[in-house]
Design a protein around this ligand. Sequence first.
Ligand SMILES: [Zn+2]
Length: 274
Amino acid sequence: MEALFDSHVHFSGGDTPGYTMQEQLDRAKERGVQQLVAVGGSCDLNASAFKAAERAPQHIQAAIGFDRDQDAEMASAAAMRDATERLARVVGSAGDLGVRVCAIGEIGLDYHYTPETRERQMDLFDAQCALAVELGLPVIVHSRDADADTLAVLRRYAKGGATSLQGVLHCFTRDLAFAEELIELDFYISFSGIVTFRNADALRDVARQLPADHLLVETDAPYLAPVPHRGRRNEPAFVAEVVQKLAEVRAVSFDEMARVTTANAQRLFRFPVS
Ligand SMILES: [Zn+2]
């Protein structure tokens, strides 16, 4: 069985029966999911990402950061940047804790509900991209109704800009032009369970056309369970359904799709190659 890599998991929700971290990881392993990034974005999510990454650094590493609107209202960009830096440095230097921070994230812009916080969100996003450069880490980026601003910030730091920040646009749902601009910046495009949804033909069309060496897969668990698990709580095991759909769309085998997306994620996040 080819190893699968879920590039985006949130272990929120604590120890719901049937969904403890261990139960989810066991089911993931049964489906071949060998490695994953436990993703933060708030104080709570950062803490649960660390907790997951403590278990098995060969298999799970943490992304930490402060995410867009809800937190942009809480504190200044500078304060949140400092908080992220402290977390990354403490954990990064404490090798005996056995935890590795492999990315800053998720971070980014979301104007869907709070367009009025645009400036604060941009400040926070920019500050955390700058921090990622300083720490030599990639970023995991969320962008909703904010394509132009997302590109504007990334262009300052990514390939062709002042530095060569790398990262991934997670849970991609936009058009081919946006994806191509990101790939031009040497960013990766990550597809979630949305690519399996019945009404997602346009997205599948984008997924068909992108270069294989810039594709990642994710669940974004606990949200967005793929077909045929819709309506249930999502979990890392279900990344197999995303790989299966991408394989179908791109007319390659499941194993080939698994191999490529796992290798891409291992390269971007500098995971041990199994
Ligand atoms: Zn997420």
